[in-house]
Ligand binder design. Sequence first.
Ligand SMILES: Cc1cc2nc3c(=O)[nH]c(=O)nc-3n(C[C@H](O)[C@H](O)[C@H](O)COP(=O)(O)O)c2cc1C
Length: 467
Amino acid sequence: MASLTVRQLDEAIKASLRLRAAENGRSVEDEVRVILRESVGARRVTAGPQHPSVIQSRNARSGGTTLPRVTLIIGGGIAAYKALDLIRRLKERGIHVRCVMTRAAQQFVTPLTASALADERCYTDLFDSQSEFDAGHIRLARDTDLIIVAPATADLMAKMAQGHADDLATAILLAADKPVLVAPAMNPLMWQNAATKRNVAQLARDGVSFIGPDSGEMAEANEAGVGRMSEPAEIAATAESMLRPQGTQRLAGKKILITAGPTHEPIDPVRYIANRSSGKQGFAIAEAAAHAGADVTLISGPVDIGDPSRVNVIRVESARDMLAQVEKALPADIAIFAAAVADWRVANAGDQKIKKAQGGMPKLELTENPDILAMVSKLKANRPKLVIGFAAETENLIANATAKLKRKGCDWIVANDVSAASGVMGGDRNTVHIITSGRTDSWPVMTKDQVADALVNRIADTVGKKA
Ligand SMILES: Cc1cc2nc3c(=O)[nH]c(=O)nc-3n(C[C@H](O)[C@H](O)[C@H](O)COP(=O)(O)O)c2cc1C
């Protein structure tokens, strides 16, 4: 067809056509051609010069589909290469990805690679004459459903916490009105630095969600600790749960209190009594409950695990600290006590370091710690509707756990065999038995994440019935 004549359009349609054509830098005729092509299902629009940011914003709904959109801001850290995998993982989940790179990020990976993987231009410059003629950074901030910062460098988080906007990434973040998910990645010493901690706390107060960092080997030789960026598959799963929360929100509106990890009971200012609990199961439950939409407070003893996203994490040392925080966190709808709280503490703990050569070995007197599970189970006011305890046993598992259920007055006991042979303490797998009054369900060996999901599902079934 050489020409195109369209008559009998009302004024409102003509006005919108003229506006759309002007926005796209096309003639009205060309614009109509494009609309016709789109409506008959042509895969790619090729006609006429287009403003790149406009192409992007239209493609953001990917040819009229309703794909959720993520803006992925890639910071300048070693883990930037993992952000390339994250693009793929997000796309696998049907999420549209648009990338923005900081100047430092471009030292690690190229915008070309990110563009090729995202199938869309990667943005890098605030002062880009093409995309900024109409304040493109504001559109980039708005024309998305979620912003992910991965890897989030210490520097980028500092700028975010301070409200800087001196490059495209920070300008977008400052202008954003959508949720922000941050995946920090840095050397463990940078992560532990007081300045970084302040910035992370500030960002959490500002409503930013965090995932990770995880612990493990660092890029630097012989360095390990908390600071590794979370795995791309995990970040993509969290992003999806933030983008498509409906259907998975079985615990929406429920307040859940969870304890995890060991407690450290001081002997003197430098020594303590502890146990081998890693906190992995409690953290996995907190993450699964948050994923199911619950408002989760996780009170954890000293562990080497980063905060799960969208969970209020409170770190404590001793059983008495844990009890104080549990009391503060009540009331709650559901309480899950997965922490391995020390049964005893040292009654005669020294204020100063106990010296070695002072007439033989010191005599430590032990005294019983508060029983947090029993105390909460027996509350008259503010008792959570469902109180779940954990029983870690090395022998007579079911009998001991059943006795514990009665003694403590809780509703369920999750019993697990923590003998050395089971590998549960510190490991990634668990075999649990759910004991309620009159019924024991033995679950097969599962990863701790799977146990967490199954437990959260069972809680949701039970709470649903009770409601
Ligand atoms: C080889 C190398 C690796 C780096 N890795 C990290 C890192 O993993 N995490 C981090 O916070 N900073 C890291 N930095 C420092 C950042 O690149 C630097 O703070 C930069 O200003 C960050 O810029 P951006 O936040 O705008 O991306 C690294 C620097 C170099 C030279």
